[in-house]
Design a protein around this ligand. Structure first.
Ligand SMILES: O=C(O)c1ccccc1N[C@@H]1O[C@H](COP(=O)(O)O)[C@@H](O)[C@H]1O
Length: 206
């Protein structure tokens, strides 16, 4: 299972993810996020991040092409995650990257149509809005019929509910707040416990 830990804001957490064989880390370039990385911070982190052997995904929401390219010049990312209303023609501009298009399951009018449209170019991230009062069980019930090997599940995943997401057998899982001590600060013990749970689940399934 492909696992992305999102909202990394420091090098120690990135190194810890590498050690725990997390598949990808997410760096958030959305100004309102408590996990936002400014260009100044990125310039300081970039030489260290370049030496860490893990996929690096930039998370954007409504950022311009120029803003994304500015990030790419400072740090060569492996992938780009679009969390806003970016359309297919915008994604096309970055088609050489590993692309992820987030779909908010609370807002999406036609999930099936959008999954079909965006999965030509990108992996689909089915996400539950941070403001949503939907329970995790409800969320899993809602996404269940859309999960396939092009889908990543996200939205409130943590060590205690991850089994429900694993049972759907998606391409991957993406989580952020479920492995934090506080908003924007990762908890290394929670990352280790989470990864042990996922890898044990995979071993037991064989
Ligand atoms: O993490 C953020 O602050 C963030 C901000 C703007 C867009 C996306 C963001 N993160 C993504 O949100 C989901 C779910 O995170 P959580 O586990 O519920 O905290 C995940 O895809 C992150 O990549």
């Amino acid at each position: 299972m492909w696992i992305k830990i999102c909202g990394i804001t420091d090098i120690i957490s990135a190194l810890h993810c590498e050690m725990e064989k997390v598949n990808a880390i997410g760096l958030v370039f959305v100004p309102w996020s408590p996990r936002f990385i400014s260009m100044e911070q990125l310039k300081k982190m970039s030489p260290h991040l370049k030496r860490i052997n893990i996929m690096k995904i930039g998370v954007f929401a409504g950022n311009s092409e120029e803003e994304i390219k500015e990030v790419l010049e400072i740090l060569p990312l492996d992938g780009i995650q679009f969390h806003g209303n970016e359309d297919l023609s915008f994604l096309e501009k970055f088609k050489e990257y590993f692309l992820i298009r987030a779909l908010n399951i609370d807002e999406e009018v036609d999930l099936e149509e959008n999954i079909e449209k965006f999965s030509k170019l990108a992996y689909i991230l089915l996400d539950k809005s941070k403001k949503s009062d939907m329970s995790f069980e409800e969320f899993i019930r809602k996404v269940k019929n859309y999960v396939d090997k092009k889908v990543i599940i996200a939205g409130g995943i943590n060590e205690s509910n991850v089994d429900m997401a694993l049972e759907l057998d998606p391409f991957g899982l993406d989580l952020s707040s479920g492995v934090e001590i506080e908003k924007g600060k990762k908890d290394l013990i929670k990352i280790s416990n989470f990864m042990r749970k996922v890898r044990d689940y995979e071993k037991n399934r064989l």
